[in-house]
Design a protein around this ligand. Structure first.
Ligand code: SAJ
Length: 411
């Protein structure tokens, strides 16, 4: 039924999805506005970092099942995986979805399936269908023709964890929200070609809200942990021991405090709920504010620690947005390091085992990327900002004489 699948947007979600579907033997056309990404993929390489993605992409391209282009072509199914950032007022910016809709509309044919994978505010799938209908008055769409429509439209939010994308793409259950029952059924047929997890059917709006709910749940839980960490500092209690003890209750499961919440999902998606229901989503907004304030709290802890030295030298352990990845985007650890360097009150060293070069925003401030041993030899203060595995194996005697601000609780 699906001989040819087109994936619109070849980023962190679209490219792995395209490659996995191609690896199942289907003909996949990846579409991206970025010519460099298109050329890179067609050469069998990848422009983003994700374990094993390079191998899957190369073999799919070499087998002739995956091809990238900047211009959409006809296909049986279209999967839209473009960014949905927020605007200054925290409202979702649907302009990438709108551009994708306008780009594929001219090549749509009766019987096609269009899936929105991008994490989106409630109502975005209906908007997508509206943009398609506006461009193609010769075709019918589910908002007016339900299951009888020429074109089927569904939302199936991505749920993969960066660093584990290839496994989770296949193993995770999928929430599939069709704009009609025919849309849902058709979408399930597509996902069943590569998903081993269960496909759970619902409406498009519920599927949109489900994805936002998953990430907000995590954000609220982390905010609770972050708030506890600040309360415990005041009360002179070890928050890590506290959470470990509380989590021994059979119905308590508190996540870990940290330097703030980074990445491109958990720190963004809750705002889509808040902007849909600003007067009601009080807890969700408060959680965002708690997590967004945590980097400043950690920065102040470091500045206070540095005051006791005539020649303060601080080693920031980790600048990635979470453990054991090299992704620095939306990283609270990177923000803290940058704010610290801007204060110009100490020599700032960075240990980040997953990168070979510092971003310019740090190097231009005189921050140095050093090996862990050098950092331990040179610094008098350690700021633990990411719980990378390399830091967890530091021996107690190596840090016995240091002043430590441990935002991740690894020591
Ligand atoms: N963090 C903490 N404490 C914790 C857990 C995480 O401070 O106990 C921080 C991390 O250090 C990081 C941030 O939260 O800065 C987010 O990390 P994460 O590992 O919780 O999540 P992401 O952003 O990498 O991926 C999430 C996942 N969502 C859920 O687990 C509900 C993933 O499944 C989604 O597909 C992804 O968002 C997405 O694309 O939406």
């Amino acid at each position: 039924m699906f001989k040819k699948v087109s994936v619109i947007g070849l980023g962190y979600i679209g490219l792995p999805t395209a490659a996995v579907i191609a690896s199942r033997g289907m003909d996949v056309i990846g579409v991206d506005v970025n010519q460099h990404a298109v050329d890179t993929i067609n050469a069998g390489n990848v422009h983003i970092i994700e374990p094993d993605l390079d191998i899957v992409v190369r073999s799919a391209v070499q087998a002739g099942n995956l091809r990238a282009t900047t211009i959409p072509e006809k296909a049986d199914a279209f999967m839209v995986a473009v960014p949905t950032p927020f605007k200054e007022n925290y409202e979702a910016d649907l302009s990438y979805i709108e551009s994708a809709a306008k780009a594929i509309a001219p090549v749509l044919e009766k019987g096609n399936l269009v899936i929105l994978e991008s994490t989106s505010p409630v109502g975005a799938t209906e908007e997508l269908a509206k943009w398609l209908a506006e461009a193609r008055s010769d075709l019918t769409f589910p908002q007016t023709h339900g299951s009888e429509a020429d074109i089927n439209v569904a939302h199936c939010p991505e749920r993969v964890l960066p660093g584990h994308v290839l496994r989770e793409l296949v193993e995770n259950d999928r929430v599939i929200g069709g704009m009609s029952s025919a849309c849902s059924e058709k979408a399930v047929k597509l996902y069943k070609t590569f998903v081993a997890g269960e496909c759970l059917l619902t409406t498009a709006r519920t599927a949109e809200m489900a994805k936002l709910t998953e990430n907000s749940f995590r954000d609220v839980n982390i905010a609770f942990a972050n708030e506890l960490s600040m309360i415990c500092d005041k009360l002179n209690i070890d928050v890590w021991e506290l959470i470990k003890l509380a989590n021994r209750h059979p119905r308590v499961n508190i996540l870990n405090p940290g330097p703030g919440v980074g990445g491109h999902c958990i720190a963004v998606d809750p705002w889509f709920i808040v902007s849909s229901a600003p007067d009601t989503a009080k807890l969700i907004r408060q959680a965002r504010e708690v997590n967004d304030s945590k980097p400043y709290y950690v920065l102040n802890q470091i500045l206070e620690a540095l005051e006791q030295f005539k020649k303060p030298i601080v080693a920031c352990l980790g600048i990635a947005f979470k453990a054991d990845i090299d992704d620095l985007r939306e990283s609270p650890a990177l923000d803290i390091t940058k704010m610290l360097a801007e204060k110009n009150c100490a020599k700032v060293l960075v240990v980040e085992p997953n990168i070979t070069k510092l971003p310019e925003s740090l190097s231009k401030l005189g921050v140095e990327l050093v090996a862990l041993e050098d950092a331990l030899a040179q610094s008098n203060t350690l700021a633990v900002l990411v719980d990378h595995k390399e830091f967890k194996s530091i021996a107690p005697e190596q840090i016995a004489k240091k002043v430590i601000v441990d935002s991740r609780g690894i020591f």
